[in-house]
Design a protein around this ligand. Structure first.
Ligand SMILES: *Cc1c(COP(=O)(O)O)cnc(C)c1O
Length: 363
């Protein structure tokens, strides 16, 4: 038998045939502001605690499937019981599991693009019908009435606050309206909420609102994108369902140890988060001062900008200045837009200088 013609197209499940491997378009660069990572040097106390926890972790035993020590620390952080927390291999895994468990054929998901691209991806993978309520083309605000109307027929709603890549915060009144006026499960994705003003989270509502699910991650403010640890805070009955469908050992022993040390020592992170938010404002002002550049306000550790000839600017930033940002210019609603993660003061200055040169040359 020839091995060349496997006829793979027809062997792959129909719903999965159009997928291609995810390519974040990373390339080695002097300054990488493309993935909303925390690029700041972390406090010695925090780094020391994480290193010590990793060094003390045996590798020969299977992990605790539910990561209970980590769950307890997270539950304490949010003032809920252990049963209200489920941990995953990054927020991505818990997002996928949410769609796997509560989506599927005949159970629509509603989202408000432009938002996190994985929602659409996971909906398609799980054959979940996907209804979109696009954000305002000018300020990216959510059309509350349209969202509530769409959510009336939905199994699941995902709203993002602060929203990636537009930076908008969500009004908690909107979340309450969704819960009051629809029967949907409502996921509020708070991956960036540590960078938002105090009081921006809705996690305090979970105890009284069994259909509210809040997503958090250690990938952004905690500076642990490489560790792959994220979690949901939700009603214990929702957590039980998610605990039943998850990959049993998806959160490995090193991830559990690192995340537990990080969460335990989170107070040491406050100066880092404060510096990121003040750099965000300085970076935004610097960008807004460049000719032809529009900057939207952001509550995250990134800013969205519109630059004439964005794709070419993105390429030249990478190739001529060794600065990598994220190109959103071919995403619907984001023509000529780039997303720039907030780096250290030095990194932000490199980006500002490079962009000043390019906007002058491209004008
Ligand atoms: C980064 C991000 C996540 C989660 O990322 P993980 O690294 O998988 O934890 C979730 N939602 C949004 C909007 C994000 O930007």
């Amino acid at each position: 038998m020839g091995e060349k013609n496997l006829g793979l197209a027809s062997r792959v499940r129909p719903a999965l045939r159009s997928f291609v491997p995810y390519d974040p378009a990373f390339s080695p660069c002097r300054v990488n502001l493309s993935a909303n990572e925390n690029t700041h040097e972390m406090p010695a106390e925090y780094v020391g605690a994480v290193r010590a926890a990793l060094a003390a972790t045996p590798l020969n035993r299977y992990p605790d499937p539910m990561a209970n020590a980590l769950r307890d620390a997270l539950a304490e952080r949010h003032g809920v019981g252990r049963g209200s927390v489920v941990v995953g291999n990054g927020g991505d895994e818990v997002l996928f599991n949410l769609l796997l468990a509560f989506g599927g054929p005949g159970r629509p998901l509603v989202t408000c693009p432009p938002d996190f691209s994985e929602y659409a991806l996971f909906a398609q993978m799980t054959e979940t019908p996907h209804v979109t309520v696009p954000r305002d083309a000018e300020d990216f605000s959510v059309d509350v009435d349209a969202l509530v109307a769409a959510a009336r027929g939905a199994a699941l709603v995902i709203v993002t606050s602060p929203n990636n890549p537009t930076g908008n915060l969500l009004d908690r009144a909107l979340v309450e309206r969704l819960l009051d006026e629809t029967d949907a499960l409502v996921l509020v994705d708070e991956a960036y909420v540590e960078f938002a003003p105090p009081g921006s989270s809705v996690v305090d509502l979970v105890a009284a609102r069994p259909r509210l699910v809040v997503l958090r991650t250690l990938s952004k403010a905690f500076g642990m994108a490489g560790v792959r640890a994220g979690y949901l805070v939700a009603d214990p009955a929702v957590v039980d369902v998610l605990a039943s469908v998850r990959q049993i050992y998806s959160v490995d022993v090193l991830a559990q140890a690192a995340a537990l040390a990080a969460v335990t020592h989170r107070d040491a992170l406050a100066p880092v988060v404060a510096d990121v938010t003040s750099e965000r404002e300085r970076l935004s002002a610097g960008l807004a001062a460049l000719p032809g550049v529009r900057v939207w306000p952001s509550a995250g550790n990134f800013v969205l900008v519109r630059v004439p000839g964005a794709h070419r600017v993105w390429e030249r930033l990478r190739d001529e200045h060794s600065v990598l940002v994220r190109d959103f210019s071919s995403t619907p609603g984001l023509g000529d837009c780039l997303r720039i993660s907030v780096g250290t003061r030095g990194e932000n200055d490199v980006l500002l200088d490079a962009l000043a040169t390019l906007t002058r040359e491209e004008a």
